[in-house]
Design a binder for this molecule. Structure first.
Ligand SMILES: [Zn+2]
Length: 151
């Protein structure tokens, strides 16, 4: 089973696998993409609502990878749906891919090449330049602001 994000409908992604998505995706779609959602739903696409426990688990994973600020409510629930349905998440969003991989959710891409491995963000101090793996508001050495960067 494949869980589709909004861009799958926008880019007219097609698959032979059974499909699923979440109700919030429909709200992001307009015109043609919305009709494609309705057509797929009519053809048996599962519209799934992940439970609160799973959503919390995804949010925790996103905090661990430093992606929590980049995921919308919809994104978190899509990852959660793929997790619960043991499905492959179809998305081009790097933050979602990153979080999905920490939860052992398989990811497939629509347009772009996927990431090879999970990227853990690093946080660099704007004062002393030290980098830290864990997210916090201030440098534990000099107290300056931290900024997220790619390792
Ligand atoms: Zn510092």
């Amino acid at each position: 089973m494949e869980v589709l994000d909004a861009s799958a409908f926008i880019h007219d992604y097609t698959t032979d696998e059974p499909t699923a998505t979440i109700p919030l995706v429909r709200e992001e779609l307009e015109d043609e993409a919305g009709y494609r959602f309705d057509a797929l739903e009519g053809a048996g696409m599962r519209v799934h609502i992940p439970d609160a426990e799973t959503i919390e688990r995804v949010e925790r994973a996103a905090r661990d990878t430093g992606d929590d600020g980049k995921l919308s409510r919809t994104d978190v629930r899509l990852v959660g749906a793929a997790f619960e349905l043991d499905a492959t998440l179809v998305t081009d969003d790097y933050a979602m891919q990153n979080v999905a991989e920490t939860l052992d959710v398989d990811v497939d891409v629509i347009a772009r090449a996927g990431i090879d491995e999970r990227r853990d963000w690093q946080f660099q101090c704007q004062g002393c330049g030290r980098t830290f793996d864990d997210q916090r508001d201030r440098c534990r050495v000099c107290g300056s602001d931290l900024e997220r960067k790619r390792p």
